[in-house]
Design a protein around this ligand. Structure first.
Ligand code: F0G
Length: 458
C-alpha cells in the first residue's frame, strides 16, 4: 500500500477556537457594518482573512526568540538576518522594516516621484497605494490568461512581455523607476511567475536600463511551483531555485509575515550599496535605526530562522497540498474556483457563484458575508472594494474578477478545518439563488477603503 500524504510537523501547543450560532453571526456582522475587518476574532471560528502574520512559528523559531539581542545598534540578531538574506537571496545590503508596506514606503520614497509609471504583474494593494500616494501610476502588465478564472495555465502570475515593452517604449525611461515582479502574484490569485518569465523581464529591463524589484512576500511558494511545473527544475532544490530567481533582481521588498513565517517583520534587500544608502535615510526616519528598522531583536531572529524553514521542500509540500485539498473539495462541490489553485489561498469566482448580482452590489463582498453567516468562516473580498476608485475620475474601478480569497495561515489549521470550510460554502452554494441583493457603501476612506468601509444591505 502506498503511504498517504501526511503533514511534516506535529503540534506542541494549541489555541482554542469557538463556534457560534448563525443568529449571533447575523447580529455581529450587522454591527460590523458588513465589513469583515470590523469583527472581533472571537466572533470568527476559522479565520482565513489573511495568511499574513497568522502562521504558527516552530519550536526552533520560539527558541530563537529567547536569544534575541535587543541592542539598539549592531545587534547579533541583525547579523543573523543579514546572513540569512545573503545566503538565500544573494544580496549584500539590506534594511529591516516593520512589515512589507513599510519596505515599500522606504524604497519608493527614494525611487518613485509624481507622474512616474511603475509596470509589473498585478501590484498588491499596499504597493499600488504607495505608488498612487506619490501621484504615480501602477500599470498592470499581467498576461491575459490570468483573468480567465477557469483557464489552466502553470504561471498565471507571468508578465506579458509585449505589454511591458509597450509601457517602456511609449514613456520616457526617466519616468519608469522600476519594474515590480510580485512572487507569487497575490492579487491575481497567488499565482506563480516562471523563471523563464523572470529572465525575459530581466532582458527587457536591461535593454531600457530600468531596475527590477521583486515583491517577495511568497517567494518560496513561487519557487515550489517552479520546481513542480517548469521544465528543467524538477531536480533542483528550493534553495537553488530561489537563488536563480534572485540572481535576476536588483532589489527586493519583503513582507516577512508570509514566507518568513513570523507574526511581524519585513525588509528591503539590495544589490546596490548606493541605493541602500539613499533608502537608509528614510528607514531611519520612518522605521528606526539601520540595524533594527522597527523590529525587535527577537523578531529578527525568528525571521532569519523562518527563512530557513520556508525553503524546506517538505514544509512547502505540506502547505501547498493543504491549499489544494480545500480547492479540490470546493471543485468537487461544483463551486467555481480560480485554477490552478494559488500557493497561499483558494479564490472563489464570485461573479460565477452569484451571476444574478450586478457588480455595483459588491458581489465578492456579498459572498464573503454569506460564508461568514453560514459557517463563521472569515475570508476576504478581492474585488471592487479592494480595487478602490480611480484616483483621477474617482469612479469605482470594476476589476475583471470578483474574488473571495480564502487565505490559509501557515501550519495552523488541519484538513478537518478544510472540510468544514468547504461544507459551509457548499451550503451557501445550495441556496445561492435566494441571494438577490448585495451591499452598498455608506462610508469610505479616500484610499485603501476596503479596510474601513461601512456597508449596508441593498
Ligand atoms: N506585497 C504582497 C504581495 C502582499 O501580499 C502584501 C500583504 C504586502 C506586499 C504588504 O505586506 O502586510 O507586511 O505590509 N499582504 C497581506 C495579505 C496583507 O493579506 O495578502 P505587509
Amino acid at each position: 500500500m502506498n503511504l498517504p500524504f501526511a503533514e511534516s510537523y506535529k503540534m506542541k501547543m494549541v489555541e482554542t477556537i469557538r463556534k457560534s450560532t448563525k443568529q449571533e453571526r447575523q447580529e455581529w456582522i450587522e454591527t460590523a457594518n458588513y465589513n469583515l475587518f470590523n469583527l472581533r476574532s472571537s466572533q470568527v471560528f476559522i479565520d482565513l482573512l489573511t495568511d499574513s502574520g497568522t502562521g504558527a512559528m516552530s519550536d526552533v523559531q520560539w527558541s530563537e526568540m529567547m536569544l534575541g539581542d535587543e541592542s539598539y545598534a549592531g545587534a547579533s540578531s541583525y547579523y543573523k538576518m543579514k546572513d540569512a538574506i545573503k545566503e538565500f537571496f544573494g544580496f549584500d545590503y539590506f534594511l529591516p522594516t516593520h512589515q512589507g508596506r513599510a519596505a515599500e514606503n522606504v524604497l519608493f520614497s527614494v525611487l518613485v516621484k509624481e507622474n512616474d509609471i511603475v509596470p509589473g504583474n498585478t501590484h498588491f494593494d499596499t504597493t499600488k497605494g504607495h505608488i498612487e500616494f506619490r501621484k504615480a501610476k501602477a500599470v498592470d502588465c499581467t498576461i491575459d490568461e490570468a483573468f480567465n478564472s477557469a483557464l489552466e495555465h502553470p504561471f498565471k502570475g507571468n508578465i506579458d512581455i509585449t505589454k511591458l515593452e509597450k509601457v517602456l517604449n511609449e514613456n520616457p525611461v526617466e519616468r519608469i523607476p522600476m519594474i515590480i515582479v510580485t512572487v507569487t502574484c497575490n492579487s491575481s490569485g497567488g499565482q506563480p511567475v516562471s523563471l523563464e518569465n523572470m529572465r525575459q523581464v530581466r532582458a527587457v529591463a536591461d535593454k531600457y536600463g530600468v531596475p527590477v524589484i521583486y515583491d517577495s512576500a511568497r517567494f518560496a511558494e513561487n519557487a515550489y511551483f517552479i520546481k513542480l511545473r517548469e521544465k528543467g527544475y524538477a531536480e533542483k532544490s528550493i534553495r537553488e531555485i530561489v537563488s536563480d530567481m534572485y540572481a535576476l533582481a536588483d532589489a527586493m521588498t519583503m513582507s516577512s509575515k508570509k514566507d518568513a513565517i513570523v507574526n511581524i517583520g519585513g525588509f528591503i534587500a539590495f544589490r546596490d550599496k548606493e541605493l541602500q544608502e539613499k533608502a537608509s535615510v528614510y528607514n531611519i526616519m520612518f522605521e528606526g535605526y539601520l540595524t533594527y528598522g522597527g523590529m525587535s531583536g527577537r523578531d529578527m531572529n525568528a525571521l532569519a530562522q523562518g527563512l530557513r524553514e520556508v525553503v524546506e521542500f517538505d514544509y512547502l509540500e505540506t502547505r501547498i497540498k493543504q491549499v489544494a485539498y480545500l480547492g479540490n473539495k470546493l471543485k468537487e462541490y461544483g463551486i467555481p474556483v480560480l485554477e490552478p489553485f494559488g500557493g497561499h489561498a483558494v479564490f472563489i469566482d464570485a461573479k460565477k457563484f452569484l451571476p444574478q448580482l450586478p457588480v455595483e452590489h459588491y458581489v465578492a463582498q456579498t459572498l464573503a458575508i454569506e460564508l461568514y453567516i453560514e459557517a463563521g468562516v472569515r475570508g476576504v473580498e478581492i474585488g471592487t472594494l479592494l480595487a478602490d476608485r480611480d484616483p483621477e475620475t474617482r469612479q469605482n474601478r470594476y476589476p475583471e474578477l470578483e474574488l473571495v480569497r480564502l487565505a490559509i495561515p501557515r501550519r495552523v489549521y488541519t484538513n478537518n478545518h478544510m472540510d468544514y470550510i468547504a461544507a459551509g460554502l457548499k451550503n451557501v452554494f445550495n441556496r445561492r439563488h435566494e441571494i438577490t441583493n448585495g451591499l452598498k457603501i455608506v462610508r469610505e476612506a479616500p484610499i485603501l477603503r476596503h479596510f474601513t468601509v461601512d456597508l449596508e444591505r441593498v
